[in-house]
Design a protein around this ligand. Sequence first.
Ligand SMILES: O=C(O)CCC(=O)C(=O)O
Ligand SMILES: [Fe+2]
Length: 355
Amino acid sequence: MQEDRLAPIPGCSFGREVKWGEGSPGNLREALHEHGMLLFRGVPGDSSNALADRVRGWFPDMPIETPRTNLPADGGPMTVLGSTRAPDGSFNADYVPASTAGAPLLDPDGTWNDVLEASLHDWVAAKQECTFMEWHTDATFIRWPTSYAALYCRQSGASHTGFSNAVDGLAALPKPLRQLAEAAVCVYRPSIIYGNATLGIPAIGSRTVQLTAMNSEFTTEVNGSLEAPSHPDDPVVCHRLVQAHPHTGARSLRFSLKSLETLIPDPDHPEARMPPTDGKRAAWQIMRAATAGSQAYLHPWQTGDLFIWDERLTMHCRVPYDADNNVREMWRMVFEKDPADLVRNERSPQLDLAP
Ligand SMILES: O=C(O)CCC(=O)C(=O)O
Ligand SMILES: [Fe+2]
């Protein structure tokens, strides 16, 4: 890969734009491991299969997974997300509205404040989401989270997606938060978001549209509390909050807030969990400090933009937009898990619990 094919993304302190037009840029996976995310502009999207072939050419050792539902009409291996509608007016893509309430995504100095504390209270007491909670890395609530993902813009609907540098975010943490982050194990309970149909635990309200589109039988609930004791048969999944990149060794934050139940501050004592509200508050504080200032970037989508990111280096977030009045259509690709992530998983019962 020639470095002169990579250009800074205006307004963004990390990632690179790939100048891909003239001739093949070669295998870009190493550039992804170095820069965390790559942007391609002006990529044709008439055919989802042709788009997938182009992506395979750029990342030949990153096979694209075929999703089960919500594929584009011509069947390429991607999920349609956004605010497209069926003839009867109902949303027909994998549309999950980003919260517009409470603590915002961005705060210039990243410090903890009353708005965040109030939003944390609303979440714990009534599962009321706030915009800030949109920051995440994907699928942390499953045993083997996604390693790489991509979003392609067919129609922007005046929308953005946020990206944040998870390596610089860790480095920017004030010392006590950094010490906690480096040691902590996150306890995720998937039912907090998706419910658990077998146990009759309801999903959160914002998932209704998505789950309906996926023909799920989950019931939904808007006002539940996260303070009640959890069901003994309801599974949790544990991952280190800070992980080392399996190819470069770069240490970064890899976590999410919505399905997080609490933190284990010392992995040598997994039974000693923080009280859930304290664990969540600490995780929110880490996310707040990590997404402050130049670490975060909101990308204004244009048709033909394609972002591919490494989940181990880059956090991201949905950004609220006016879905009632704008048509947004995004195609999301997920790649098969990086075997280097799996090798590490096999060494411990849960992903990277070894330091
Ligand atoms: O809709 C967006 O902007 C982001 C969606 C997202 O979180 C993802 O594709 O993983
Ligand atoms: Fe995501």
